[in-house]
Write a new protein. Structure first.
Ligand SMILES: Nc1ncnc2c1ncn2[C@@H]1O[C@H](COP(=O)(O)OP(=O)(O)OP(=O)(O)O)[C@@H](O)[C@H]1O
Length: 294
């Protein structure tokens, strides 16, 4: 019996190989899992999602060609691969730039390595500015005055600032209402807010080419989403048609929000420390509003 067991173990267990697991291996697995998760998130939120689908279709086609030994197709695919890789980098240059910018953002770095303690406590804009933006947005919504307000964060929006008329004035509800008043020279396009000041008006923002955006939304909302796709800015859009106030951040538009929600969102980017503590509340609120908007 003992011999039989030993023979069985010899036969079946020698094929198993159990590598020794070091602490660095576990760390490596965690890092790779985190990076993969971030890449998948990035792919899902950008045009790269379409690219991935295209690559999958192409992969299946090439696999079919390999199985059926279609040598000419395989030769063409092999020679076109470097060209396609270069083309993908050129086509997705804005998305790649955005991903690298995100990596370099202070906010991202400080969330991983909290070396900039002083920076975390810095307040980006004052409570008066928050009040001004919230009050003006909903006052304009009530009378159906269209508006587009870009609140700059870590990424400087100089290239969009120069498309408009330079301003330098403190944010207040009165000024905002005046700027977006119909038939006034500054009402068209977007304004950019940096800190507590409006730095430019009538700015032209990049339009999003996301196919999933609701057809009932026009260029104002498309510009709000587009701006939030290429930068970390928070963009507030007030609809001239419905009076709804919407907010775009990271390529996502939350429509028909309440003053409390807008205040919360502004306060979350106003102070880095508040951002961490309010994350949970905001996320819950956003999900609720997204449901409401649908
Ligand atoms: N790329 C852009 N950059 C900045 N502002 C823009 C841009 N495109 C449109 N706008 C602004 O949006 C206005 C047109 O809005 P439009 O009616 O097409 O959009 P909408 O999303 O349906 O908004 P609304 O609900 O207010 O009608 C323009 O007059 C202009 O002020």
């Amino acid at each position: 019996m003992k011999q039989f067991i030993m023979k069985y173990l010899n036969e079946y267990m020698t094929g198993f190989y159990l590598p020794t697991l070091r602490l660095t291996d576990i760390l490596e697995i965690i890092i790779i899992a985190f990076l993969l998760y971030q890449i998948i998130l990035w792919i899902k939120n950008t045009k790269a999602w379409m690219l991935l689908k295209g690559i999958l279709v192409l992969g299946v086609f090439i696999l079919g060609a390999a199985i059926f030994r279609m040598y000419t197709i395989l030769w063409i695919a092999q020679n076109l691969l470097p060209v396609m890789a270069t083309a993908a980098v050129i086509i997705f240059q804005p998305e790649l730039r955005r991903a690298l910018e995100k990596l370099g953002e202070k906010q991202f770095l400080t969330s991983v390595v909290p070396f900039d303690k002083k920076g975390r406590d810095n307040v980006r804009f004052s409570e008066t500015t928050v009040d001004g933006i919230v009050e003006a947005s909903f006052a304009m919504g009530a009378v159906k005055t269209g508006a587009l307000i870009v609140v700059e964060q870590a990424i400087m929006l100089s290239e969009y600032e120069v498309t408009g008329i330079r301003l330098d004035c403190i944010v207040s509800p009165q000024v905002l209402l005046n700027i977006f008043e119909h038939n006034t020279p500054l009402h068209d396009g977007a304004i950019i807010i940096r800190g507590d000041r409006i730095v430019s008006a009538t700015c032209y923002l990049p339009l999003s080419d996301n196919m999933g955006i609701s057809k009932e939304l026009g260029t104002r909302h498309r510009a709000a989403i587009g701006m939030s796709e290429v930068s970390d800015a928070m963009v507030i859009a007030v609809s001239e048609e419905t009076g709804y106030v919407s907010v775009a951040l990271g390529g996502q538009l939350v429509r028909n929000i309440t003053p409390e929600y807008l205040r919360e969102r502004l306060e979350s980017i106003q102070n880095r420390r508040a951002e961490t503590s309010k994350w949970k509340t905001l996320w819950k609120g956003r999900q609720k509003h997204e449901k409401g908007a649908d």
